[in-house]
Design a protein. Structure first.
Length: 337
């Protein structure tokens, strides 16, 4: 085995995008989005002796006080699901990659690696601790292989009824653009105040919509799109959707409190599901469910069908125990503020 630095978008996306249930945060484009937000991003891979990639990781370096930093590997490291089915080989491959990241960490005063495997972790022999999830560890994934009639049939009766009701009421759905951002941001603020959700900053959403505008039909690249539902010439609901690999992901949604009786979010969701299917995607990821934290949103998502998928969650691999404890104390104080 050997470590290689990947500098070609096509090479990286070809590997991570070929894995089943592709996750947008694994893509080259998501790393570039982080870079646009001022973070240092690099990509590593483990290759066999013939140069075939076995595993890959995007490392996003985030600065901390006292000249320290941490690495974040979103939804990874990604393993070749077809070639690395053997537990021992997975352990060898992951340890090989983590050893290299550990050497980088020592040189760059990085105190830990935060990562999110999609597979059961092998024993690493390292100081590993479970932490608060960054990406949702439990989600709902809809298989898009069935015909549209079957997808409709598999919905809960109320969801199917509300979708058709929105059509009858005259709700219209269209793709948005950067010019529609203020309308979406107004809905996002209203949703936050109404439902008590935590949100990103205004600039985070604006950059997300503004940077990734390639066609959803290009499954070898990341596309992030805004879709809007209108009623009586007013924007009353909006979704941000990521398209990458074999999966379209419902990243963010917002809706107005007024006109809730026309059920616009149902038709908006169904429109994007159909679009993803027509564009050749195999799966639609509702991106996070939790009956305790988000009961209403979880009921809404479950109404469209699909199967639950549980990931192991988020872990910190600790390289410097002293500074890691300082980081945990500072983080706890910040979350209480």
């Amino acid at each position: 085995m050997k470590i290689i630095n990947i500098t070609e978008k096509e090479q990286y996306n070809k590997f991570v995008g070929s894995q089943r249930y592709s996750r947008f945060a694994e893509s080259w484009g998501w790393g570039e989005f982080q870079r646009a937000n001022g973070r240092d991003v690099r990509r590593l891979a483990v290759a066999d002796d013939g140069g075939k990639i076995l595993a890959a990781a995007t490392l996003i370096r985030t600065g901390l006080p006292l000249g320290r930093a941490y690495f974040y590997c979103p939804c990874g490291p990604v393993m070749d699901q077809l070639r690395i089915k053997n537990y021992e080989l997975r352990m060898e491959c992951l340890n090989f990659l983590l050893d290299e990241i550990g050497r980088m960490a020592k040189d760059e005063k990085v105190i830990f690696l935060r990562f999110e495997p999609s597979y059961r972790l092998p024993a690493t022999g390292c100081q590993l601790t479970k932490t608060i999830d960054v990406q949702p560890s439990k989600t709902l994934i809809l298989d898009l292989a069935p015909q549209e009639e079957e997808l409709l049939k598999n919905m809960r009766q109320k969801t199917r009824y509300n979708t058709r009701l929105a059509e009858r009421r005259g709700v219209a759905v269209r793709e948005g653009s950067v010019d529609d951002f203020e309308s979406f941001w107004r809905l996002m603020r209203e949703t936050k105040e109404r439902d008590g959700f935590r949100t990103h900053t205004r600039e985070h959403y604006r950059k997300m919509i503004g940077i990734h505008t390639s066609t959803p039909a290009r499954r070898d690249d990341l596309a992030i799109k805004l879709y809007l539902a209108e009623y009586e010439n007013k924007v009353i609901a909006g979704n941000i959707i990521a398209f990458f690999g074999d999966t379209a992901t419902y990243m963010h949604g917002a809706s107005a409190s007024r006109y809730r009786n026309v059920m616009a979010p149902y038709l908006l969701q169904w429109h994007v599901i159909r679009l993803a299917k027509e564009s050749g995607y195999g799966f639609y990821d509702f991106y996070g469910i939790d009956d305790n934290k988000w009961p209403g949103v979880t009921r809404f998502k479950r109404g469209f069908g699909g199967g639950e998928r549980q990931y192991p969650g988020t872990y910190d691999l600790i390289f410097d125990g002293f500074y890691y404890q300082l980081y945990k104390i500072a983080r706890a104080l910040r979350r209480r503020a």
